[in-house]
Ligand binder design. Structure first.
Ligand SMILES: Cc1cc2nc3c(=O)[nH]c(=O)nc-3n(C[C@H](O)[C@H](O)[C@H](O)COP(=O)(O)O)c2cc1C
Length: 353
């Protein structure tokens, strides 16, 4: 394996084998208030919701992980089967590999499996010319959507990762216009990859015509740390140092959920690994909770293992709804959230809590 294929395989391997989590999970600073008299039966609780016009059985999405090399096909197939069985949303990893090298099969496996909401994925850096690389345009984005049967395209913002990556694409000038050109033609969301979206950036992005955000904030997978491990393997000491220095960089996920409230649907992700954290994200202001690394290990094993993991998360979400007296997602969204510790300090400083 070499090039982009090797990079994709490395991301999975490093994510599974090394400690690449943020040092602090800010969701743990948030608390829901217990209701000792819920006045609703646990089984009666309705976790269903509608996101981008699609009905989901729970406000959950497995966000972009992989694609573009042999093993990715298994991961995507397992995730697609699990998400279809459970009625939740699924995103694929960056489709750049398919666009550059025609390697489509690891993405196509998620088509026609019955996933209620499918999200394609292209990087914002690929929408503008990079050194020795041409930009992807509307036509390639349409092909990428068609490849996975996508309802919506996620344009990922990953400049922290690109800056820490030995082979990173670090040209950023012109991205906003490129996103605007794309969002005029196809429904797009802007998606971070672990460093969060600020209010100012959310407002600028709203101006491009994107229909929503996945804020992917700091709390979970740190791509700066992932790239530091890869740089070490590649004996690139300078990039390794940069990756480590910026390992905790970013806007805490729950704070970004509050900052990016600009009137568009919002997916909260970054460090969400159980149903209680998902419930907190809904009460904080998100319409859906997103997860990547929490399901990766099971997705490598089988569709059944992935389904079991996600089923547990849905049950935990239901219990959190029960214990806050929320009969449905709308009621959960109206519940009070207590911010403590570091999240509180961030929230007060930025005036978002
Ligand atoms: C192995 C791995 C590969 C990823 N690849 C992509 C990608 O290709 N495109 C993208 O937008 N996000 C990608 N992500 C980022 C996730 O979608 C998510 O935003 C981030 O990992 C934070 O969520 P988590 O803490 O639940 O992992 C990847 C994450 C992991 C763990």
């Amino acid at each position: 394996m070499k090039g982009i294929e090797k990079r994709k395989a490395d991301h999975i391997q490093v994510s599974l084998e090394e400690d690449v989590s943020s040092g602090h999970n800010f969701w743990d600073d948030l608390h829901l208030v217990h209701d000792s008299l819920p006045e609703v039966d646990l089984e009666e609780i309705d976790t269903a919701t509608v996101l981008f016009g699609k009905k989901l059985s729970a406000p959950l999405m497995i966000t972009a992980i992989t694609g573009g090399y042999a093993e990715a096909e298994k991961v995507n197939r397992n995730l697609a089967k699990a998400c279809a069985a459970l009625g939740i949303a699924l995103g694929v990893g960056s489709q750049r590999a398919a666009m550059e090298r025609g390697d489509r099969s690891s993405y196509e496996v998620i088509r026609d499996v019955g996933v209620p909401l499918v999200v394609g994925n292209l990087g914002a850096p690929q929408l503008i010319p990079q050194a020795h690389k041409e930009a992807f345009g509307v036509e390639q984005a349409r092909q990428a959507m068609e490849m996975v049967g996508a309802d919506i395209m996620a344009v990922h913002l990953n400049y922290l990762q690109e800056a820490a990556q030995p082979e990173g694409d670090t040209r950023a000038r012109g991205c906003l216009d490129a996103i605007k050109a794309l969002a005029r033609e196809i429904p797009c969301i802007a998606k971070e990859t672990g460093a969060g979206i600020s209010r100012e950036t959310a407002l600028r992005l709203k101006g491009t015509g994107v229909v929503g955000f996945d804020i992917s904030g700091t709390s979970g997978t740190s791509f700066s740390k992932v790239e530091a491990y890869r740089s070490r393997q590649m004996k690139n000491a300078r990039r390794e140092a940069i990756g480590r220095t910026f390992g905790e960089w970013g806007i805490p996920a729950p704070i970004s959920v509050r900052m990016a409230q600009v009137g568009l649907p919002l997916i909260a992700s970054g460090g969400i690994a159980n149903g209680l954290q998902a419930a907190k994200s809904i009460a904080t202001g998100a319409q859906c909770a997103g997860m990547a690394r929490a399901v990766l290990r099971d997705a490598m094993i089988s569709a059944e293992a992935a389904e079991e993991r996600i089923r547990t998360i849905i049950e935990e979400l239901r219990v959190a709804m029960f214990l806050t007296g929320s009969s449905n997602v709308q009621q959960l969204a109206g519940k009070r959230v207590i911010f403590t510790g570091l999240a509180r300090e961030w929230g007060l400083e930025l005036g978002v809590i």
